[in-house]
Design a protein around this ligand. Structure first.
Ligand SMILES: [Zn+2]
Length: 865
């Protein structure tokens, strides 16, 4: 089976396609679905409902005598066409209707299916309080993407079919029911209330939704259209804090996309136990209620704002312009992810947007290097949900950015607006985007799509520089290290700007300016020579950093220091910081410490903090620890996380002080709790007693319950670092019990994997037993956490639990993750434990060496001065 995980024809990368993957196509169309009408009556106490699904179909051909609909685990009671009963077959997955009258072009069919559903597993979810969670709200919500609508109503369930839709639903009168489009009628009937929603704009089945709950309704508006936030009662203030920018975002996106928001209202409903972050159902987005911020979380949480703009952007990219097939999902996910960058640029600054883009790029690069490499467009998979990965979201976003950089600001928006206008209320494939670009701008970007969309990978650049003072000549050598010397299959062919930087002293400030040349990079290794007036202070490769790439700069230290200080692009300063840290030594430490104090961009300060911790000299600590005073909470968090790598008693004391005193940010406190554990697990010269550390973390667990359990989850992560401690394990096991608040419980389940690798055989058995028990719970997020824990373990028994989970789970995402985790466990078994003891010895030696080298550097510095 291993060949499936290691495909040598993929430049050494694992394959995306797991065993069982096959090509997927949309089915043949019997006709055009014009309208879907669901008329449902909910019995919430029994987690069931009954009603009818009515589909109006306009046949495309004559003589079709059988219609096949997707319908999973429904009880089909009867099927009528034009009020006449029809024979049908139902196998639990597909409903096959034998038409008594074959189709005739132009003669519409009215299909009426009476059905009921009990305790559905997917598609529609019933949330209720139980004995462990008595405060859980009563809610019903749906999730169609990608192919789950068929679990709650019979339909032609693929995105190529667009129709209008209508949902009438009977619910207990204390609850509100929200659905797509406009509310056209409500009626009271005894203890029930009937809500009737209608959506006049055509859309696919996966975007049909229903959300029911005892919600507070907060009304806002944009250009006369209702903008509504639905949350559980008493969270009204958090709703405004979390979603209050929506009308301004609607204004922004309407203008950028050149098409006013297309639907009659925009609702966002925050629901409990949601299995995604958000879902862009047409005009009715569902969001996880965990995105609701309180005042303190709003301090340094941007995730919610990004989530809100992401789902809103889908109302154009996904809902107005619909992908014809899942294989083209990058068009909508890439743009929704890019809207996060666009909004950051609009709301905050260009510098923050650049940093946001770097984080997106890294998220893709991480998947590419550790999971698999694949083309962004592919129709070969086991389940469509597997496609929803870092390739189509973050890499997709980077591709949109490259299109923007290639076309320039004006032409890019003309192209995007042409694409939206020409394809509104239609379906698209990737080729339609290329065509819209060509139509609007005359530019053919097939070369870019070929390199970045239709094949996997990206360039890995190594850049070296030298200066010839006699000839006033700069030499820059660019190597594409992803390509082999004898094979140009993985080469990229791009025109890349290279800048030479100079500074100019003004009265109070120093300005920098770049002299830029664009070169064609298309070979494995190329040297470029630039005659210049004078020696540049620094070199800026890929000015603007628009290309998706990795880059390693091999310049002399003075040029790197100057770039870190003076390059106007924050991303270039970050690459310089990385290169400096690789050089090591006191001079880079000084430069990085200064940047941590002085750089105007918090993103750069975050990255500088990380790099300081990479330099294995004690002097790095002094520079780093000063960052704990940074006014930006995100920087403080990064500094605390970086301190986890400096396992000394001073480091321990600094973080302990912070944890005891507290910080305005939840996330900084959480990081401190985690870091305390990580430092204490090291080979410190003066080691804090393990009981003391556990006691401190236990007090955090007892005293700092609160928003999304962020701080307490940090304490759990800290405990998991104490891998050989039975006391830490015992404490963790307590927090995996039912009744523990869910976010904390999920974090603890994950932590069991990490702590398992240092435990005694007896304790390892206890962990496995607990995880096997937890694997039986059906909730998606629990299963994901169990898989994450098992994937870190080093015993074949973990593989067995994963296998049974993969076989039983109804969820494609869990199945895939379990398969990948099994491969991890196989790799871990045997090799890992032997390696670990070697690694520990090596760490110890390194640490002793570091102390010696640090003293030596100090002596040398003294001797020089
Ligand atoms: Zn999305």
């Amino acid at each position: 089976m291993s060949q499936f995980y290691f495909d040598t024809d993929n430049n050494g990368h694992k394959s995306f396609e797991l065993p069982g993957a096959r090509p997927h196509y949309n089915p043949d169309r019997p006709g055009q679905v014009e309208h879907i009408f669901l008329d449902l009556s909910l019995d919430i106490a029994n987690q069931s409902y009954h009603g009818s699904c009515n589909i109006r179909l306009l046949p495309i051909r004559n003589g079709i005598d059988r219609l096949t609909l997707d319908a999973v685990n429904l009880n089909i009671q009867s099927v009528q066409v034009d009020e006449e009963s029809q024979n049908f077959d139902y196998d639990g997955e597909q409903l096959s209707i034998q038409l008594s009258q074959p189709t005739q072009v132009g003669e519409r069919l009215l299909i009426a299916i009476a059905y009921s559903v009990e305790k559905p597993q997917r598609g529609i979810y019933f949330i209720q309080p139980d004995k462990h969670y008595p405060n859980k709200p009563t809610q019903v919500w749906t999730q169609g993407e990608d192919e789950d609508s068929r679990f709650w109503f019979p339909c032609f369930d693929y995105p190529g079919q667009l129709s209008t839709s209508e949902i009438r639903v009977r619910v207990p009168k204390n609850l509100i029911a929200i659905s797509n489009g406009e509310l056209i009628d409500t009626q009271k009937d005894g203890n029930d209330k009937i809500y009737h929603w209608s959506q006049q704009q055509i859309h696919p089945t996966y975007l049909m939704t229903l959300a029911v709950g005892n919600f507070a309704e907060i009304c806002d508006e944009w250009q006369g259209k209702p903008v509504t936030y639905y949350v559980e009662k008493e969270r009204e203030k958090d709703a405004k804090l979390s979603m209050g920018k929506t009308p301004r975002m609607m204004e922004f996106l309407s203008e950028k996309y050149g098409y006013p928001y297309a639907f009659p209202k925009y609702a966002q409903v925050c629901v409990d136990d949601f299995i995604f972050g958000g879902m862009e159902n047409t005009s009715t987005t569902l969001l996880t209620d965990r995105c609701l911020l309180d005042e303190r979380a709003a301090l340094d949480n941007r995730t919610t704002e990004s989530l809100v703009v992401h789902e809103l952007a889908h109302q154009w990219f996904g809902d107005l312009v619909v992908i014809k097939h899942w294989s083209h999902a990058w068009i909508k996910e890439g743009m929704a992810s890019y809207s996060e960058v666009m909004w950051t640029e609009h709301e905050y600054s260009l510098e923050e947007a650049a940093y946001y883009r770097l984080l997106e790029a890294r998220s893709y690069l991480g998947e590419d290097s550790s999971r698999y490499r694949r083309p962004m467009v592919t129709h070969i998979y086991r389940e469509a949900i597997e496609l929803y990965d870092r390739h189509i979201y973050e890499k997709g976003s980077c591709v949109y950015h490259m299109i923007r950089a290639e076309l320039g600001e004006e032409l890019f928006w003309q192209a995007i607006q042409t694409f939206v206008r020409d394809n509104a209320h239609k379906t698209v494939e990737t080729i339609d985007l290329l065509r819209a670009i060509e139509k609007a701008t005359g530019r053919n970007l097939a070369f870019l799509f070929d390199q970045y969309v239709y094949r996997g990978g990206h360039p890995d650049f190594k850049v070296t520089y030298s200066w010839d003072g006699d000839a006033n000549l700069a030499k820059v050598t660019v190597t594409q290290t992803q390509a082999q010397a004898d094979n140009n299959k993985y080469l990229f062919d791009l025109r890349i700007p290279i800048g030479f930087g100079y500074t100019q002293q003004n009265e109070t400030t120093t300005d920098s300016k770049l002299s830029t040349f664009t070169v064609r990079v298309n070979e494995r290794e190329q040297s470029f020579y630039f005659p210049l007036q004078e020696k540049p202070l620094f070199i800026s490769f890929d000015v603007g950093n628009h290309f998706l790439k990795t880059v390693s700069l091999e310049y002399p230290v003075p040029e790197l220091k100057a770039q870190l200080e003076f390059d106007p692009d924050p991303l270039s300063r970050i690459y310089a910081a990385e290169a400096l840290a690789k050089k090591g030594g006191l001079e880079p430490i000084k430069a990085l410490s200064a940047a941590l104090q002085n750089d105007p961009s918090w993103g750069v300060r975050i990255e500088v903090a990380k790099q300081l911790a990479e330099i294995k000299l004690d002097q790095a600590f002094d520079g780093l620890v000063s960052g704990l005073q940074d006014k930006n909470a995100l920087v403080r968090r990064a500094v605390v996380q970086a301190l986890a790598k400096i396992k000394t008693y001073e480091s321990y004391k600094a973080v302990k002080g912070l944890l005891q005193d507290g910080d305005p940010s939840y996330y900084v406190e959480a990081a401190a709790a985690h870091t305390i554990g990580a430092i204490a697990s090291g080979n410190l010269e003066e080691k804090p007693k393990e009981e003391k550390v556990i006691k401190l973390l236990k007090s955090v667990l007892e005293e700092r319950a609160g928003w999304n359990e962020v701080v307490r989850s940090g304490a759990v992560a800290g405990l998991a670092e104490l891998k050989t401690s039975e006391a830490a394990l015992n404490l963790l096991l307590e927090y995996t019990k039912l009744g523990v608040p869910q976010p904390l419980r999920l974090a603890t389940i994950r932590a069991l994997g990490k702590i398992s690798v240092g435990q005694s055989p007896v304790n390892l058995e206890r962990i496995l037993e607990r995880l096997a028990e937890l694997a039986k719970e059906t909730f998606f997020l629990t299963q994901v956490s169990v898989v994450a824990a098992l994937g870190q373990m080093e015993t074949p028994k973990a593989g067995a639990i994963l296998r049974s989970l993969a076989d039983q789970t109804p969820d494609g995402r869990v199945r895939r993750q379990a398969d990948e985790a099994m491969a991890n466990v196989q790799k871990n078994v045997g090799t890992e434990s032997a390696l670990r003891s070697l690694r520990e010895e090596l760490d110890q030696l390194k640490q002793q060496n570091q102390q010696l080298v640090s003293r030596l550097e100090n002596l040398e510095a003294k001797a020089k001065s």
